[in-house]
Design a protein around this ligand. Structure first.
Ligand SMILES: Nc1nc2c(ncn2[C@@H]2O[C@H](COP(=O)(O)OP(=O)(O)OP(=O)(O)O)[C@@H](O)[C@H]2O)c(=O)[nH]1
Ligand SMILES: [Mg+2]
Length: 647
């Protein structure tokens, strides 16, 4: 029954890592607060990272022509512990609507179904997801796999409608005259407490036969955002023309976005065997078909997993280890647990460590400078003590002079910050999603009217040209702001010996690449044969809205990144400058207090000694916190927990 042990163990340790990461971030948050170094920007940055951890799920999507064995593979990979074929799989077209399997802890297990008629509305599936009332709700009886299996039969449901109705839903060609069999449901959501789903795994099963071409949101939004995609071919049919079309139109784009997330399965290898064949012959024919598939798809043979989903499912249910080995499912399980999970962890880890550890390093620098300042202050106090009255007066004069120069530069910094901020506000206007909406709106109507491949291509190209102009403008104006920052930092380095690191600047090129990829996906999609069916329905609008929504999301992200840059660009310099200001004030204070006698001086020296001791403790604690983030999820991190427990 421990069929998903491998993936399960990996998911468990991933979950453990996320929890321990969140804990460490929480502790850093309290610690900063405790030593008075927290700020709104810092809080927001930490909260953003905590959300990333909390919301993280791993989606594995299955796409292929009909009857290649997607659903059977899902059953064998994830749900064999039910002891039956949980999701319906049978010859011919089986799964009729895209199906998402996950665990929603807030509600009792359910199957939710969205009627196919919603295709004629302009509302997106994503919007429908926020309105459970719009779905047909079926409670699942998890205690009985048989009853669950019965409920899942809904996924196969079809209905016969008039040609007109089918056309309205974008499910029949303009020339269609006869009645048409169409899916009953548009989309299905299944929530149940399976150990893998509970740990944040989401499985997306798609129906074969043009589903990808006829549901823009699935193709352009749900599949591209999956962390792993499994493209299934069948050994009994070989690579057919329609497999090739799907590969080129949909899967290759995914591969360019997620080079490590794609696996190609050559399913049904059992069909290459017959009673009279020796094992060696069978193996030879599997190898031959694998290399032929690799040649056709222009892939490395290692990226192809020949296996038998059916044999694997039966072997797992019957606990037959030898048959399971023969089914060759294990390499695919390894791929999912090792490659997919670990690369997702790496991505998340890079993001969080970049932000949080980056901030910790800045804090370390601030503390180091504070330490230097205190040491210097101590020197001053010692030397003042032994100085003559005249010499003290001279020093007082000099410090005042320094303070005046400093105040002047502080004013300069404020003016520069003002200029920088207004440049950034202009930049935010350049990439304003409202401008993007306007460009999209203008192109959208035109394209929906001229729903031909050529019309769409031209329209999309001109919309994207318009969007690229915005990003080019952004690139130019970023250049000017960067120069301004360089000048400010240089001035403080030259004149005050303040040498702090500039935060990484906003870079519009990243978004240009994303926009190019989106354009490419849109063009591919609109070339697909099923897209032609959409001309008479609201799906044309839905296609434009999906593309438009993603373009707007790219610009929203750009704006968010500009805002982060705005808040961080001068913050370390300002922090350092205010530290310097404090230092100068305390130096003046010491000089003034010299006349108050030795007692006051002794008091000041003692207070500085105390500050130094405190700093030493803070350094140690910060080191521990940094270690705990970097080694999150490893058993050693338990020890670090004790060390900073006082916060
Ligand atoms: N011999 C053999 N048959 C298989 C194997 N995997 C799946 N099948 C059969 O192939 C048929 C189709 O499998 P499904 O899992 O329904 O295929 P699908 O890709 O989900 O098809 P759609 O839902 O229509 O898109 C079923 O009858 C399965 O039992 C396999 O490894 N070997
Ligand atoms: Mg299926």
């Amino acid at each position: 029954m421990n069929d998903e042990m491998n993936l399960d163990t990996q998911l468990q340790s991933y979950e453990h890592w996320k929890q321990s990461m969140a804990k460490s971030i929480g502790r850093y948050q309290c610690w900063l607060e405790g030593i008075g170094l927290s700020s709104t920007d810092t809080e927001l940055m930490l909260i953003k990272n905590l959300r990333l951890l909390e919301k993280d799920t791993i989606t594995i999507a299955f796409a292929a022509e009909f009857s290649r064995g997607k659903t059977e593979l899902i059953n064998s990979l994830f749900f064999s512990s039910a002891g039956i074929r949980l999701l319906p799989s049978s010859p011919g077209r089986t799964t009729m609507c895209p199906t998402e399997l996950f665990y929603d802890s807030k509600e009792k297990p359910y199957l939710r179904l969205l009627a196919v008629e919603t295709r004629s509305s302009t509302k997106s599936i994503d919007e429908y997801k926020k309105e459970p009332k719009q779905w047909t709700h079926i409670e699942l009886d998890c205690g009985s796999p048989d009853k669950m299996q019965d409920s899942f039969l809904e996924l196969l449901r079809t209905k016969t409608v008039s040609a007109e109705q089918a056309k309205e839903l974008g499910l029949a060609d303009v020339n269609e005259q006869n009645e048409v069999v169409i899916p009953y449901w548009r989309h299905a959501l299944i929530s149940f407490p399976h150990p893998l789903l509970e740990k944040g795994l989401v499985v997306l099963d798609t129906p074969g036969l043009n589903a990808l071409g006829s549901e823009p949101e699935l193709t352009l939004s749900m599949l591209p955002s999956a962390q792993a995609m499994i493209f299934v071919l069948a050994a009994d049919t070989g690579v057919t023309q329609s497999d090739m079309d799907m590969w080129k139109q949909h899967i290759c784009t995914y591969r360019s976005k997620h080079p490590h997330g794609l696996a190609v399965v050559l399913n049904k290898i059992d069909t290459l065997n017959d009673e009279l064949m020796s094992d060696a012959d069978w193996e030879h024919s599997i190898d031959k078909q694998t290399s032929e598939t690799a040649r056709l798809l222009e892939l490395d043979e290692k990226a192809i997993f020949p296996l038998s989903a059916k044999q694997a499912l039966i072997a797992k249910i019957k606990n037959d280890d030898q048959a399971l080995l023969n089914s060759r499912l294990a390499p695919l399980e390894d791929f999912l647990s090792n490659r997919v999970l670990s690369s997702q962890k790496e991505i998340l880890q890079d993001k969080i460590i970049g932000d949080v550890v980056g901030h910790m390093q800045q804090t370390q620098q601030t503390l180091q400078r504070r330490q230097q300042h205190i040491a210097q202050h101590m020197d001053d106090l010692q030397s003042i003590y032994s100085k003559s009255e005249d010499a003290t007066a001279e020093l007082l004069l000099l410090t005042r002079k320094q303070q005046t120069a400093y105040t002047k530069n502080l004013a300069h910094l404020k003016t520069s910050r003002h200029i920088f901020n207004s440049q950034i506000d202009d930049l935010l206007q350049v990439v304003n999603p409202e401008r993007v909406q306007k460009i999209l709106g203008e192109g959208r109507e035109e394209m929906i009217k001229s729903w031909t491949t050529v019309g769409i291509h031209q329209g999309m190209q001109s919309v994207f040209d318009g969007l690229n102009v915005l990003l080019n403008d952004a690139l130019e104006s970023t250049g000017a702001s960067r120069q301004l920052l360089d000048l400010i930092y240089q001035k403080f380095k030259d004149e005050h010996d303040i040498d702090v690191q500039k935060p990484v600047a906003f870079n519009a090129n990243t978004y240009k690449e994303e926009l190019d990829l989106l354009l490419h996906e849109g063009l591919e999609f609109s070339s697909s044969s099923a897209a032609a069916l959409m001309s008479q329905s609201n799906l044309a609008t839905s296609f434009m809205d999906t593309i438009g929504g993603q373009a707007v999301a790219i610009f929203h992200q750009a704006q968010a990144d500009i805002n982060t840059w705005k808040s961080q660009a001068l913050s370390s310099l300002i922090r350092e400058v205010s530290e310097q200001k404090k230092l100068m004030e305390s130096k003046l204070d010491s000089l003034r207090s010299v006349s108050a006698g030795q007692d006051v001086l002794d008091e000041k020296i003692a207070s500085n000694n105390h500050k130094q001791e405190l700093l030493t403790t803070w350094f140690e604690e910060l080191d521990t916190l940094m270690d705990s983030i970097q080694s999150a999820g490893e058993p050693a991190s338990v020890e670090t927990e004790i060390a900073v427990a006082k916060y």
